[in-house]
Write a protein that binds this ligand. Structure first.
Ligand SMILES: CC(C)(COP(=O)(O)OP(=O)(O)OC[C@H]1O[C@@H](n2cnc3c(N)ncnc32)[C@H](O)[C@@H]1OP(=O)(O)O)[C@@H](O)C(=O)NCCC(=O)NCCS
Length: 212
């Protein structure tokens, strides 16, 4: 399996990417903003995406979008082909795009919105914190991407302040994001994962109380 920063050599996968996103959105009845093949191709041309494939078979994809003149970046459109699910591939794609994004856009805050538990788990392990939509970009073009979601009427009704998605944010300037990596106490990987999640939840609650 190859998991790489995408470029024009991957244009042959663009149709498959769109069709897999489309099929999954229809099946779930909600979810990821639908994208045209042309849009996916611009992501490949600008190397603003990560792709996974095995031989000539498309396996997974995720792309980067910049908002508020580069103050924020979002990792959107995460998709793993059904043949490759539950193998840890989404986790690897997200880690790859996360590291790449920090390198390419070091000053940008990274965020995502999702209804999916898998994505919440992955983001939380990477150091994202759950936040209200007010902490995310107010770039209208970002929120326009929600128009193809079946929950869009709810977002409009709530004046873009909340919806069924949870907002999650990683701020590279906050040093506590990396604090755990330096801790050697929890050697077992499972303990480490559970501990990181608990720590993230506690931090989110603590910061919320502090703001009041
Ligand atoms: C969501 C999706 C990307 C997950 O891909 P995947 O490669 O199967 O995920 P992984 O194997 O890397 O799993 C990551 C974690 O999520 C969990 N997970 C995976 N699918 C899950 C699901 N449907 N419900 C709850 N948890 C799930 C895994 O158990 C794992 O948890 P762990 O860290 O405790 O071990 C894939 O199912 C998909 O493409 N779905 C359709 C599109 C979609 O929902 N995209 C996200 C839009 S925000």
């Amino acid at each position: 399996m190859k998991i790489v920063v995408a470029d024009i050599s991957h244009i042959r996968f663009a149709k498959d990417i769109c069709e897999t996103i489309e099929a999954s959105a229809t099946q779930r009845g909600t979810g990821i903003a639908r994208r045209t093949e042309g849009y996916i191709i611009t992501k490949l041309e600008n190397s603003n995406a990560v792709i996974a494939f095995e031989g000539e078979k498309f396996a997974g994809f995720c792309y980067i979008e910049r908002w508020d003149h580069g103050k924020y970046v979002a990792h959107s459109g995460l998709i793993v082909h059904p043949d490759f699910r539950n193998l840890g591939l989404a986790k690897k794609i997200k880690k790859k795009i996360f590291d790449y994004s920090l390198e390419k856009y070091p000053d940008a805050k990274i965020f995502g919105i999702t209804t999916g538990l898998a994505v919440m788990k992955i983001n939380s392990d990477l150091g994202y914190k759950p936040v209200t939509f007010s902490e995310l970009t107010d770039d209208t073009k970002f929120w326009a991407g929600c128009e193809t979601c079946t929950n869009y009427e709810i977002l409009k009704l709530k004046e873009h302040k909340m919806c069924l998605c949870t907002g999650m944010l990683y701020d590279p300037k906050k040093t506590e994001n990396i604090e755990f990596e330096e801790t050697q106490i929890h050697e077992h990987p499972y303990n480490k994962k559970v501990w990181t999640r608990l720590k993230n939840i506690k931090q989110a609650l603590f910061l919320k109380n502090k703001k009041k």
